[in-house]
Design a protein around this ligand. Structure first.
Ligand code: DX5
Ligand code: ZN
Length: 218
């Protein structure tokens, strides 16, 4: 279904309080929970590994959407599957054989996504679509929350929507999604919107209603 889904990124949550933060956004209507795995190599920032993802698992009642910003990626896929990811997304730029990477994700029985950095042409996923449940269009360079939305990617989303046709493949957008940019990407054809700072900024678990209000604004 093409109903717009909101996937709050816990990169912008309180790192000392993940269980409560995840519960708070789900109680307020989050559709998926987006987990940003960064290796300090593929991207200039370092976040969670499989043990942390495994610790999040029991708190996530919806869909645990794991975005792997790591290279090489193939050797780690199984660990994230075992940690409890429902959806595993790897970057097309992460290694020389993204087709093999998607086969490896599918082999774990998890849903598979492929991500495109802002500088990567949409054609990079053309021959991968039949192995994908989702394509992630990055609207910032990966690595940090709170960056400015890159408008040139709207055209990429629209072209991707045309390329996908009527196949049941989600288009996820990640980076700088807020109440202003969300309608632009949704109109271009995106249906899963990741939002970090726009959901968590100014909120707190004690004021979980703030998350709900922020999500509804998106
Ligand atoms: C960036 C991450 C994003 C990040 C988005 O590399 O992939 O998921 O959390 O943060 P915002 O919504 O603040 O741009
Ligand atoms: Zn992400």
């Amino acid at each position: 279904d093409r109903k717009i889904k909101i996937a709050p990124s816990i990169l912008s949550a309180d790192f000392a309080n993940f269980g409560a933060e995840i519960r708070a956004v789900e109680d307020q209507g989050a559709d998926w929970v987006h987990v940003d795995v960064m290796d300090g190599h593929f991207v200039p920032n370092l976040t969670f590994g499989p043990p942390a993802v495994k610790a999040f698992r029991p708190h996530v009642k919806t869909v645990m959407d794991v975005h792997l910003m790591i290279a090489p990626v193939d050797a780690s896929i199984e660990a994230y599957a075992e940690a409890g990811a429902d959806m595993i997304t790897a970057h097309v730029e992460a290694g020389p054989h993204p087709h093999r990477t998607l086969q490896a994700i599918r082999a774990t029985g998890k849903r598979a996504g492929i991500a495109l950095n802002p500088g990567t042409p949409v054609e990079a996923v053309e021959y991968l679509l039949d192995l994908c449940d989702m394509v992630l269009v990055m609207t910032v360079n990966p690595g940090f929350g709170g960056q400015k939305f890159i408008h040139s990617q709207i055209d990429k989303i629209a072209r991707l929507r045309g390329m996908i046709g009527d196949r049941p493949i989600h288009i996820q957008v990640d980076g700088g999604v807020d109440p202003v940019t969300a309608p632009l990407v949704a109109r271009a054809g995106a249906d899963v919107l990741v939002a970090g700072s726009a959901v968590f900024r100014g909120g707190s678990v004690e004021r979980a209603d703030v998350y709900g209000a922020n999500m509804r604004a998106i």
